[in-house]
Design a protein around this ligand. Sequence first.
Ligand code: NAD
Length: 518
Amino acid sequence: MALNSTATTPPTALPYLDGDVPLAQFPTSDRLPVRNPADHRELVGTVALGTAEQVDRALDLAVAAAPGWAALTAAGRAELLRAAADALDRQDTAARAMLLTREHGKVLWESTLDVGGAAAILRYYAGLAAEFDAEVDHRNAVGTARFRRRPLGVTAVIVPWNYPVYLASLMLVPALLAGNPVVVKPSEVAPLALTETLRTLAAALPAGVVTVVPGTGPVVGATLTSDRRVRAVLFTGSTATGRTIMASAAPTLKRLGLELGGNDPALVLESAVVDDRLVDELVRGTFTSSGQVCYSVKRIYAHRSRYRELVAAYLDAANALVVGDGRDPETTIGPLTTRSQYDRVRALVADARQRGAQVTTIGRRGATARWECGNFLLPTVVTDAPHDAALVAEEQFGPAIPILPFDTDDEAVALANGTDYGLAASVWTADPAHADVVARRIEAGSVFVNAHRLGASDLAMPFGGAKQSGIGRRHGFVAVEECSELQTIAHIADPAGLPGPATPTRPGRQAPPGRKEQ
Ligand code: NAD
């Protein structure tokens, strides 16, 4: 396979504000390069650095589009969402997946899942339109009322780099179904495949319903989250940025949906059977996408009776991983997407080693990987780390995993919960009843049993963070509910039945001057 076949592709001028004015017209000094993390010499494209003025323009377009979009029924909007899915199917998914692998580093099957998510999510939410349109009738002593859902208004969607198309769609599509126009800010790290996807999606919808403003968090992101025309912010990213956004949105009391970081524990219980299936699943849950999945396994705790057996089997299974260029079919995990993540994960491992931990590096380098030119890290297993080592206590978001023993379920639960995070967790056991008892004690939005990886949470399963891992839920109708609010329309037929003294009887009304009394 010629891995550098695309290395000479000219920078792609993709970013897009509306149908008429591509941001590609901006001067080149206003653009950032997007480089391949598997080979920094390869320029994949460039991303325009949007300004506060461009956000202002995008918001004007969104405000103008809002009444027309809200006036449709959800069923009407769903028809357009399905048409957008069809348009995406006609777009070259393989080309977008390749673009994503080149800008992000992940292996091709994952990129295909990521970009393919947009059409799947559009169709899934289109299928929930009737639930949105359903109105509830209420009758009481004084009249009748209807409860209905209405949109919140212009919504900002702020996207991370790790699953850019899929995660953007999980925020964007429920907001659209609920009748909100959306302004999307892609991550400056991996904006290209998402922007290509949104270009097609936006073109299938009325003008202004979806606009994209590329750029940095402190400029484009901060302008969106503070502008009073924005009624809601849907954000996926780090907990630190989530806090900044919450503060920025506070003066205008925006609705917030925050999907943030996690430090997901996997608890291998005394009742577990450490067989190949368990170990393979645990390895996949840890290292897929080089550990850069929001709910990757980030800490493993094994009952002391299973600990040695588990560590040996885990090292053996993870040793089969091949780290390399995501375009090479031999590769099982790609590079880290950013150099700063690469530096951080190495520093966390070095710190744990310095504090007495055993560090074992496993797996092998892919034959085609240009090791010196990319952010490649071999899988790393760390044992005997102190519980308060940063590698254990913080979100590493990379291919280095601590494994630690515990003695009782109480201790395992305390370790799992001993963090401000609470995104997901898993319990591993051959005893479903034991799984349930432990799972119910874990402070996390999702607890998986005997698997902990992509796909374990499907589109219908509410997903989100407990504690500082987030506010609100994605997936399912709950995500649409959070992009809308209830309105009560009450017809008071008999005000005399309302509380308070009876309305005083007034003397007979006088006829207006010049009008004859009937
Ligand atoms: P990040 O917080 O650095 O950036 C996310 C987005 O926020 C980017 O588009 C960035 O430009 C923007 N941003 C940065 N500063 C901003 C500001 N002041 N105002 C507005 N926007 C701003 O996160 P990341 O590095 O892109 O993603 C990795 C993190 O995301 C990890 O912590 C991971 O756990 C988390 N994540 C969580 C989930 C989930 O579902 N809970 C999913 C994916 C990723």
